[in-house]
Design a protein around this ligand. Structure first.
Ligand code: IMP
Ligand code: MG
Length: 171
């Protein structure tokens, strides 16, 4: 059995989500928002953040893959595209973690072609030391060091997504 250590507790996540929600409500006063959730890692973050926001939110989902055996392959593949137009809409991409940044660089380019009124990025986690592509999230939950993390949506080969905290696997 792999041993999981707590990196960020549920309580800390909840407090930070309250802050992020307030910041987004401040900046999107009176506006409808589209939350563009990147499957599968961002589902927990998307739902928990959205529940704290009073604006009307529409949801869209994309699925991309770049990881095989917990290693970034460098090539990003779109497995599932959005189903409704985002033209003229205020879109926030909701991501679980920005690692090399390749996923978001790829998605940003793809989504800008669909002409949203605005396009921002909100990521629960950020690993700035791993960045290869030149992208920055507009809203970040926590910056973390270069550790492979699981829980709150993040997986270890599809497992451990449903932990209610963010942990790392002890070697
Ligand atoms: P990027 O394209 O390298 O920025 O990778 C982003 C994607 O890789 C994330 O959306 C995650 O699905 C996955 N990923 C990166 N780091 C981790 C990690 O520490 N744990 C689990 N998944 C990760
Ligand atoms: Mg992901």
């Amino acid at each position: 059995m792999k041993k999981i250590k707590v990196l960020i507790s549920e309580e800390k996540i909840n407090n930070r989500l309250d802050e992020l929600a307030n910041q987004i409500m401040d900046e999107y006063k009176g506006k409808d928002i589209v939350f563009l959730c990147i499957l599968k890692g961002s589902i927990f973050f998307t739902v928990e953040l959205a529940k704290r926001i009073k604006n009307n939110i529409q949801f869209e989902f994309v699925e991309v893959s770049s990881y095989e055996n917990n290693e970034s392959t460098g090539k990003v593949k779109l497995n599932k595209d959005i189903t409704q137009s985002i033209e003229g809409k205020e879109v926030i991409i909701i991501e679980d973690i920005v690692d090399t940044g390749r996923t978001l660089a790829f998605l940003k380019e793809l989504l800008l072609e669909k002409k949203p009124a605005s396009l921002k990025i909100c990521s629960l986690l950020d690993k700035p030391s791993r960045r290869i592509a030149n992208v920055k999230a507009d809203y970040i939950g926590f910056a973390i060091e270069d550790k492979f993390v699981v829980g709150y949506g993040l997986d270890d080969e599809q497992n451990l997504r449903n932990l209610n905290y963010i942990g790392y696997i002890e070697e």
